[in-house]
Write a protein that binds this ligand. Structure first.
Ligand code: ADP
Ligand code: MG
Length: 698
């Protein structure tokens, strides 16, 4: 990877003497960027390009090389691999397009296979190239190196990479490297995260993602990184439309599953391109925010209120500063200022007040992060204020807390903010942006606290018995399990299901009901009836033998009316679970991430509000607890209006357990759900009363 991304000797295969051609631009860019290594242009018909000697073939290069930048037509690329192998090349930067993106998957696969057999890694094809400020290497056809900085960006879109390159100067967000990843035939996001994590010139890894080939590899690489990673995921609406037999299937859209994966990987998300710039800036320049206490210092009430709103929205709501903090801050403002939070120094504030309050507040143990706001005034000089802020931060002696700044004003403020960013302090044109930027540093720290935790091993695990049940259904030509079978599978993995047995006639039903104990619930068992209530196939709270006989007749009659051709196995008799809060657990086999868990409240919350959240399996207990807090209906689980809180720990444990089950049965189960699960008050556990498993087609 070093040979590929930090080469000392580069061959440009397809170098051209004709301005306008990519092969010309690449050589020109390498020269203009100030590349210090050796450049070997290769072209059979040219002799000199931009003053460099040209070699008719790779074989003619007088020494070994590290990497080749390839700009020749697609069909000519494969034959170069042997020659590059002979020259000891470690990497191919394949700018050439016309591979898998136009359907030539096989050609691309052959290229990678052959390259890898020589130990050559392939970046691309179909890319802009690699740009690196620290190596003065513009190995691309993007016009120039980006504004210098500490973030490195990996982009799946070439056009966007070129645009970001240019925009970096306007936005004042600096990058060390820009890497175009294209078709990801070989080197993928996971490889680059792992490599950039070791790169001394990168402090933050910024990603523009359209899709992964292997989502789990990404999660693994990101989890193991110890630099902040921020991702903008595009194309979040295209994915969830596939017909799905279960609730979970229809609810699992790309946005939600990717969002879940980012959480588990400890990756901060950007909501849009602006956000990617803004958050990349703070993540690349400032340390993580280790606690929740955010202090805002301002000279204007209006921007203070805007910051307060933004803080709540971005997950770092402001709290009043403790009395001792307030008392000290009061000394640096007029009588009518406010020392609470936001700290309003008032429009009278000059550099000294800013400095004194920042120096004190930043060093105070209560403060975990600081946002400094400034509204341009006639009496103050923005640049002087900016320098004062920087000096106060330095004087405070604190280096492990983040600070962001917002100046609202005209050209003088712009200039002051430029100065701040050049001096390592992220500065933004609006208070909400400064708050959102520091919130990214809080989010990062929070996620990192829990991502490295391993999932608890599943307690009960009777895989063999589960497979037996599944294979029996398959042998009958079915691709779904009945409730009774699904519950048995759940039981194999220790999930608390209501005991459920099959009755083929009234007498059997009565006998089973007595055995289980009244009251009981009776339900139709038919592989052709997935939604039992819709078919009049569920009767609850049956209290005696007569009730059982009556229910048996009614359910049978209803089922036959509902679907005359339905294959009916009989009627399930089961324990009637006491009332509890209804939630749904479910799973899908996501095309990118594999087995994925869903949690939400049951009933209309799922059907109408789609109030659900996801995690890629396996799910740790603390991730599961976070899931409970993520849904809008979270207060219902926490306990509302005098109701006792629900058994959160039991629910989290069951989510954890369920996730191990779907991972263990990944080759068999395509979708599943437990809908509903009845959750009782704290300490009293929960019960799965309905179960569904859809098998993978084989
Ligand atoms: P469906 O196939 O229609 O989803 P369910 O088995 O979920 O059928 O039953 C419908 C409703 O009946 C459930 O949402 C739940 O409220 C109630 N119910 C089902 N089984 C039980 C049970 N064993 N104990 C208590 N309530 C139950
Ligand atoms: Mg149900």
């Amino acid at each position: 990877m070093n040979g590929l991304l930090r080469p000392n000797k580069i061959a440009v295969v397809g170098a051209s003497a004709t301005p306008g051609k990519i092969g010309y631009t690449v050589v020109k860019n390498l020269l203009e960027g100030g590349y210090q290594g050796k450049i070997y242009p290769v072209n059979p018909s040219a002799t000199e390009i931009l003053g460099l000697k040209v070699y008719p073939s790779i074989r003619d290069i007088p020494e070994d090389i590290d990497a080749a930048i390839i700009t020749i037509p697609a069909k000519a690329v494969l034959p170069t691999v042997d020659e590059l192998g002979a020259k000891g090349a470690k990497g191919m930067i394949v700018i050439t397009s016309g591979f898998s993106e136009v359907g030539l998957k096989e050609l691309e696969r052959e290229l990678v296979e052959k390259a890898n057999s020589y130990g050559i890694r392939v970046l691309g094809p179909n890319i802009v190239g690699v740009l690196s400020n620290s190596d003065k290497m513009n190995g691309s056809f993007a016009p120039f190196l980006p504004l210098e900085g500490k973030a490195s960006l990996v982009s799946q879109s070439g056009a966007l990479l070129i645009a970001i390159d240019a925009a970096s100067y306007i936005r004042r967000v600096g990058f060390d490297k820009l890497i175009s990843i294209g078709n990801m035939s070989d080197v993928d996001f996971a490889d680059l995260i792992t490599w950039l994590n070791e790169d001394p010139n990168t402090s933050c890894i910024s990603l523009y993602i359209e899709g992964f080939r292997d989502g789990r590899r990404f999660i693994e690489a990101a989890r193991n990184a110890n630099k902040p990673i921020i991702a903008l995921k595009a194309g979040v609406s295209a994915h969830g439309a596939a017909a799905a037999a279960s609730h979970t299937g229809s609810l699992a859209g790309a946005a939600k599953v990717y969002g879940a994966a980012f959480q588990q990987a400890g990756v901060v998300q950007a909501t849009d391109l602006n956000d990617l710039f803004n958050r990349t800036l703070s993540l690349s320049l400032q340390p993580p925010m280790k606690g929740d206490n955010l202090l805002v210092i301002t000279n204007g009430g209006g921007v203070g209120v805007l910051a307060t709103d933004a803080a709540e929205k971005s997950g770092v709501p402001l709290k009043f500063a403790p009395a001792d903090v307030q008392a000290e801050l009061k000394k640096h403002m007029p009588e009518f200022g406010s020392a609470k939070n936001p700290v309003d120094l008032t429009g009278m504030a000059g550099t000294e007040w800013y400095q004194a309050s920042i120096r004190f507040a930043f060093a105070h143990p209560w403060v975990d992060g600081l946002v400094v706001l400034y509204c341009e005034t006639a009496m103050t000089d923005p640049l002087e204020i900016a320098k004062g802020i920087k000096k106060a931060i330095v004087d405070s002696g604190v280096t492990d807390k983040p600070v962001t700044v917002s100046f609202v004003g005209g050209e003088r403020s712009e200039e002051a903010m430029r100065w701040l960013v050049e001096n390592g302090i992220p500065a933004y044109g609006a208070p909400d942006l400064a708050v959102n930027a520091i919130a990214a540093l809080r989010e990062y720290a929070r996620m990192k606290e829990i991502v490295r935790e391993e999932a608890m091993p599943c307690l009960a695990q009777d895989r063999e018995r589960a497979l037996k049940i599944i294979n029996k259904a398959r042998s009958e030509g079915r691709d779904s399990l009945t409730e009774i079978e699904a519950k048995e599978v759940f039981e194999c993995y220790g999930l608390p299901v209501t005991p459920t047995r099959l009755a083929r006639n009234e007498d059997e039903a009565v006998a089973l009901a007595r055995e289980i104990g009244y009251p009981v619930v009776m339900k139709i068992v038919s592989p052709d009836i997935l939604h039992k209530s819709d078919a009049g196939g569920v009767r609850v709270n049956i209290k005696d033998d007569a009730g059982v006989r009556e229910a048996f007749k009614t359910i049978m009659k209803n089922a036959k009316e509902y679907k005359a051709t339905a294959n009916i196995h009989g009627i399930a008799v089961q324990e009637m679970a006491p009332w509890g809060t209804e939630v749904i657990l479910g799973s899908v086999n996501d095309p990118t991430f594999g087995p994925t868990m869903m949690f939400g409240l049951g009933g209309i919350f799922v059907e109408v509000l789609k109030d659900v959240t996801f995690r890629v399996a396996p799910v740790t207990s603390s991730q599961a607890l976070r899931m409970l807090d993520e849904i809008r209906g979270a207060p219902i689980i926490a306990g509302v209006r005098g109701e006792a809180p629900r058994d959160r720990q039991a629910l989290a444990d069951v989510i954890c357990q369920y996730s191990t089950m779907i991972l263990d049965l990944a080759d068999e189960v395509s979708e599943s759900d437990a809908n509903p699960v009845l959750v009782y008050e704290s300490g009293k556990g929960l019960k799965v009363v309905d179960a569904r498993i859809i098998l993978k087609k084989k």
